[in-house]
Design a protein around this ligand. Structure first.
Ligand SMILES: NC(=O)C1=CN([C@@H]2O[C@H](COP(=O)(O)OP(=O)(O)OC[C@H]3O[C@@H](n4cnc5c(N)ncnc54)[C@H](OP(=O)(O)O)[C@@H]3O)[C@@H](O)[C@H]2O)C=CC1
Ligand SMILES: O=C(O)C1=NCCCC1
Length: 343
């Protein structure tokens, strides 16, 4: 009699349970408890919101990066108060999110007193979705914009070879009668993580996503990942935004451009060693204008114009589902995560 293969069953987890498991993994693979807490929270929230390209799918990449010695899991960010509206952080070759967490109180204090404040993070690694960095500002009534550059894998419009990263832009603004308005988009046609997911599932990517190693358009994700490259979204327009991200996230912060770091001596390294910029605005300084009511009016008019889906709506639906049913983790994925927590 042949043995029936045992298939791992999908499991529903509470956010706190997933955060606890991920925290154990990060600490087991060389981060301080403080760094682990910030990264685990970020990654679990992405999974809760159905942002799968930057949820638990990323954990093996975090682990191989930590094990390669490319990133400093014990980093202690150094926050510098440089001007009335400007904060700098050296992330100590660690992850960007703990650097943001360390600088956040000073950044908010400056934004509230001056009306606007900039946070420039350098010497940092960002391997996550960008919306968790901006959404909390809008939840406390502030407007926030952030950009981060990644690793060379995008051919600028009109160029012959890759130079830019997938370089996302995230924006968050409060509104009166609902969750903040938030968008978060890669300036490449799709995120690198989604190309990896398509390759893993054996699916094709949409036309216009990328080119193969000969520079020919392809919908084969493996051809993009193995010697090929991505294209910017929207031709010259996305390309210009990606260039802006390089300037703000690297040139302005003192971080690396996407093409400036060499991780070839660190097999397993996956996290771009770059920079990140945040701009935070206190809309209440424009006294009497009622920003949150005005943004609510814009949403009302967009709905009246027939719009059924706003940026962020899909995430909020996924969040509501996860809060009701728990976060569903694929059975095999969960086995891999549990093994990493013990490895
Ligand atoms: N750390 C890094 O270096 C990098 C991180 N990333 C991350 O990858 C993630 C995915 O990026 P990307 O693939 O560009 O994201 P998507 O193209 O899936 O979505 C981009 C934005 O558009 C919204 N949206 C999508 N479809 C619609 C629609 N039909 N109508 C209205 N709004 C819509 C999304 O809202 P909703 O969320 O509700 O779907 C989201 O805010 C991001 O979180 C990004 O930060 C990307 C590149 C590099
Ligand atoms: O999906 C992407 O694109 C990236 N995500 C994390 C950092 C590298 C690029």
């Amino acid at each position: 009699m042949s043995a029936t293969p045992v298939t791992a069953v999908n499991t529903s987890m509470a956010l706190s349970e997933l955060v606890a498991l991920l925290t154990r993994i990060f600490i087991r693979h060389g981060t301080s408890p403080d760094v682990a807490a910030v990264l685990a929270d970020n990654c679990a929230r992405a999974e809760r919101d159905g942002a799968h390209s930057h949820g638990v799918f990323r954990i093996p990449g975090y682990v191989s990066t930590l094990n390669s010695g490319w990133v400093n899991g014990m980093a202690v960010p150094q926050v510098e108060d440089v001007a009335s509206g400007f904060v700098r952080v050296d992330a100590d070759n660690g992850f960007a999110q703990p650097a943001l967490a360390a600088a956040r109180p000073l950044l908010v204090q400056k934004a509230r007193s001056a009306g606007i404040a900039v946070l420039a993070i350098r010497n940092s690694h960002h391997f996550a979705a960008l919306w968790p960095d901006v959404e909390p500002f809008a939840e406390e009534g502030l407007v926030a914009l952030s950009v981060v550059n990644s690793m060379t894998c995008v051919v600028p419009h009109g160029a012959d070879r890759p130079l830019f990263g997938t370089n996302p832009i995230a924006f968050a603004a409060p509104r009166a009668d609902g969750p903040p308005i938030v968008f978060d988009l890669a300036t490449s046609a799709i995120a690198h993580g989604d190309v990896q997911i398509a390759a893993r599932k054996g699916e094709r990517v949409p036309p216009g996503t990328g080119v193969d190693s000969l520079g020919q358009p392809t919908q084969d994700p493996r051809a993009i990942l193995e010697g090929g490259a991505l294209l910017p979204f929207g031709g010259h327009k996305g390309s210009a935004l990606s260039m802006m991200v390089e300037l703000l996230a690297a040139a302005l912060t003192g971080g690396n451009f996407s093409f400036e770091f060499d991780w070839s001596n660190h097999p397993g390294a996956k996290t771009p060693w770059t920079g990140q910029l945040l701009i935070v605005i206190d809309p209440s300084k424009n006294a009497g204008q009622g920003f949150a009511e005005r943004s609510q009016e814009l949403v009302r008019q967009m709905h009246a114009a027939g719009l059924r889906r706003l940026p962020g709506d899909r995430r909020h639906r996924a969040r509501a589902r996860s809060e009701e049913e728990g976060i569903i983790i694929d059975g095999e994925e969960l086995e891999r995560l549990r093994a990493l927590a013990q490895a």
